[in-house]
Every structure is written in C-alpha cells, then in structure tokens.
Design a protein. Structure first.
Length: 267
C-alpha cells in the first residue's frame, strides 16, 4: 500500500527497510522516497492524503519527514568536552544532519567551545535547592529554541521524573557501558582496579529509570593489563563520542523506532 501510494504521486523509492517483531506483533517500516521527476513537494498535502488513505486503513503510527531539513538539537553538558566537541564538529562539517541550536550547562567551563562554534551558551546552575527552578529554565530554553531533541553529552545531573516524562522519546544520553558495575565518579579507574577486559559506551533514550532507557547505539573495545586507568579513560571517551554521534545521527535521520523498552534502528 505504501509503495502504491508513492507511485501514484510520482515518487520513486530509493530505499525501503522493514522489520516484523514476532514478540510484540508489531511491523516497522522506513521508506526513503523522492519525486520523479524532481519537483517541489507539498509535505502538508502528502501528509493529509496519506493519513486519509494508507495511514487510516492500516491504523498505523506514522510520520512523513523532509530529509533536507536539519534537525534542531539542544545539547546539555557539564565539564567534560569530548562529546560536545565531537557533535559540534560534525554539525560544522555537515556529517550530522542537525543544527545545534544551543548549549546548556550547569558550569561555565565550555562556554568558549560553544561560542567558538557560534552556538548560544546558557549557564543554568543546579543545586539541590535550585533543581526545580533550573529544570523550569531548561523547559523555557527548549521551547524558545524550538528544540526537537535534547542531547545529554556528559551532563552530570539526574533529570527529575517529570522532566524525563516531558522529554520522552526526544532526549538522548550517553554513558559508559560499564554500568551497573562501576557507578559514580571515576568509573574507568574503578574498572582498571578490577582488571576489566572490555570497555564501552551506550547511548540511550532518557527515562525516569536512571540509565535504563531504550538503547540506540553501543560501541566497545577490548583492553588488557597494559592499559593504565588513564588509558582506559581516554579510550572510553572516544567510544562515548562515537556512540553518541551515531545515536544522534540515527535519531535525527528518523531511523529509530520505539519498540516497547527496545528500539528498531534502521541503517
């Protein structure tokens, strides 16, 4: 039905991917289509016609996106710069189809990095007493910048349950995938003390269950006794930046579909 709808309106399918999950009894589909011959697309008209026909008949959850439009993301960070620097570089060179509309931090350390890239920087301090006010300010900034996604690029504050629910499906976090074994400060030093043989990173959607949200992307590498704690930290930071960039890229290109507590990520 989807192919017929597109063909009837002069579209050609460049790529189509499907997945049927026998466990959840859900069918997932992503189609990349283009007009033939090339001509302007009235997306509102296409959406209205699809909803009145295919979408309605299938009773499907569906969306139609313009792939030429850059995704609007607001990045949150504390003091570690590796993930923020990687994302802003990818945006600058065009390898990430997104626009960094603002950087929000609970510290001033990375203001220079954000402003060097021409991205507005907002310092929103967080203390136990000011947490609710800080989150209210964050909501205002998300609305003011019309941010579609919030990326926690090593933001070292726990979001409230209410904010997690408000950002459901549009907030992405990165953490080392040594969890839950090595929680808290200096996880790579803890891992080194235990002699781990594999380290990695996990990018996932933010939920009220801390670090338990649906996983989008992971990366890992083997290590051994020759790696010092500092070596593990350096390697781990590289993995964190890579995993987060891949997750944000897939999300911005609408390749991630929710499947309960899991995700379907089309490549």
């Amino acid at each position: 039905m989807v192919g017929g709808f597109l063909a009837d309106r002069g579209f050609t399918i460049r790529d189509s991917q499907q997945f049927g999950d026998e466990e959840t009894n859900l069918f997932f589909m992503r189609v990349h289509a283009a007009p033939l011959p090339r001509s302007p697309i009235d997306f509102e008209q296409v959406r209205a016609e699809f909803g009145a026909t295919v979408g309605g008949v299938l009773e499907a959850d569906w969306a139609i996106h313009d792939p030429s439009r850059r995704h609007r993301m607001l990045v949150m960070v504390s003091r570690q710069s590796h993930c923020l620097n990687d994302l802003l570089h990818r945006v600058q060179v065009g390898s990430l189809q997104a626009e960094a509309v603002a950087v929000v931090s609970n510290h001033e350390d990375l203001r220079g990095l954000a402003e060097w890239h021409g991205v507005p920087f907002h310092h929103v301090p967080v203390t136990p007493e000011s947490k609710s006010m800080a989150e209210a300010e964050l909501r205002k900034l998300i609305a003011a910048y019309d941010a579609e996604t919030v990326v926690l690029a090593r933001y070292m504050q726990i979001l409230s349950n209410e904010l997690c629910e408000h950002l459901a499906g549009r907030a992405i976090n990165i953490h080392h995938s040594l969890l839950p074994s090595f929680k808290g400060a200096r996880p790579y030093f803890q891992a080194h003390a235990r002699g781990v043989k594999v380290i990695g990173a996990t990018a996932h959607y933010v939920t009220a269950d801390l670090d338990e949200g649906p996983i989008i992307e992971q990366d890992f590498t083997r290590v051994d006794h020759l790696h010092s704690a500092a070596d593990l930290t350096a390697v781990g930071r590289d993995l964190e930046a890579l995993a987060l960039a891949r997750a944000v890229t897939a999300h911005a290109e609408h390749k991630v579909l929710m499947n309960g507590s899991r995700t379907v990520v089309f490549r």
